[in-house]
Design a protein around this ligand. Sequence first.
Ligand SMILES: O=P(O)(O)OC[C@H]1O[C@H](OP(=O)(O)OP(=O)(O)O)[C@H](O)[C@@H]1O
Ligand code: HPA
Ligand SMILES: [Mg+2]
Length: 173
Amino acid sequence: MVEKIGTLITEEEVAKRIEEMAKEISEEYKGRTLHLICVLKGGVVFMCDLAKKISVPVTMDFMAVSSYGDEKVSSGIVKIVKDLDDAIEGKDVIIVEDIIDSGRTLSYLIQILKERKPNTIKLCTLLDKPETRVVDVAVDYVGFEIPDKFVVGYGLDYAQKYRNLPYVGIIEQ
Ligand SMILES: O=P(O)(O)OC[C@H]1O[C@H](OP(=O)(O)OP(=O)(O)O)[C@H](O)[C@@H]1O
Ligand code: HPA
Ligand SMILES: [Mg+2]
């Protein structure tokens, strides 16, 4: 089935906002090395574009979690599919996500990663859907607040499709 996709945030708007976020992060982490943790798969497109605009030294690691499967509603269970390769003890970490929706994924991740004793740990997400929050999470960097709509593109999927769209879209039923 081919869904019809409407545009919510254009490619240009995303690029502009990512530049602003990268500038803010670069200023805050001046003189330090920043360890970016990408939450796969959704976070990968955003993290690549964000990292390219950050001016302080950056290292990267990747973690894969899954709670949505092929559905539009979270199963409520966050499953680690791939853990980090490297220790984060003493590092200045930012967890990079495509979206915070119920909050379950980031709340779970921050909890388990704090136990590994990073020097600092912050959260960064391209999209935030505040209306659908089930678990409270303090996010440090937010690209855009969006309404309660299932979105795709820029890393976000529906049944694994549409991650490569260069903009954020909404599936029109
Ligand atoms: O705030 P939440 O309700 O937890 O939703 C946000 C999470 O859900 C999606 O990932 P998903 O589990 O679908 O895996 P994916 O990144 O591989 O698509 C998205 O990429 C976030 O990681
Ligand atoms: O709106 C969404 N779209 C795609 N994946 C998601 N995972 C949580 N919310 C969403
Ligand atoms: Mg997903």
